[in-house]
Design a protein around this ligand. Structure first.
Ligand code: HEM
Length: 127
């Protein structure tokens, strides 16, 4: 086979995604503007689901088995600004990883931004 490695492969497959998710939530939980959301969250389950979600989004051979994102996030009333901070942490975490190019990072963020409307609940912003 002569296939190009996918973004999932470049992140390091299953173990790379696991490391990404762990480092990512370390940053999110250290962010004073975001951490209160996670005070009562089942973090082990969340990390597990986020591994699946990021793996699938990166083109890996994984199927996300969690609940629909709108259903999970609706009651949390997350603003666009908070969503942006969350994805900024993802950018910074990816920047720290070996072998991930700037275009890979932009690609991953584009794949995640698709879900902004399902995750945010910001009635002050159009669209
Ligand atoms: C790129 C954006 C995001 C993605 C892809 C995402 C994905 C996920 C996934 C896959 C779960 C687990 C679903 C399940 O248990 O079935 C989850 C749960 C959760 N997310 Fe997000 N999320 C995003 C943004 C955010 C933001 C911005 C916040 C808050 C600032 C947030 C807060 C939470 C919380 C608190 C839970 C746990 C809910 C609970 O089970 O009590 N998420 N998210």
């Amino acid at each position: 086979m002569n296939q190009q490695p996918s973004l999932y492969d470049r992140i390091g497959g299953e173990s790379g995604i696991a490391a990404l998710v762990d480092r990512f939530y370390e940053r999110v939980l250290a962010d004073a503007e975001l951490k209160s959301y996670f005070e009562h969250a089942p973090m082990d389950k969340l990390r597990h689901m986020q591994r699946e979600f990021f793996a699938a989004a990166a083109g890996g051979p994984i199927i996300y088995s969690g609940r629909p994102l709108r259903q999970v996030h609706h009651r949390l009333a997350i603003s666009r600004r908070e969503f942006q901070r969350f994805t900024d942490h993802l950018i910074e975490t990816l920047q720290e990883m070996e072998g991930i190019s700037r275009s890979d990072i932009l690609d991953m963020i584009a794949r995640i931004n698709i879900y902004a409307d399902e995750i945010t609940n910001d009635t002050t912003v159009d669209g």
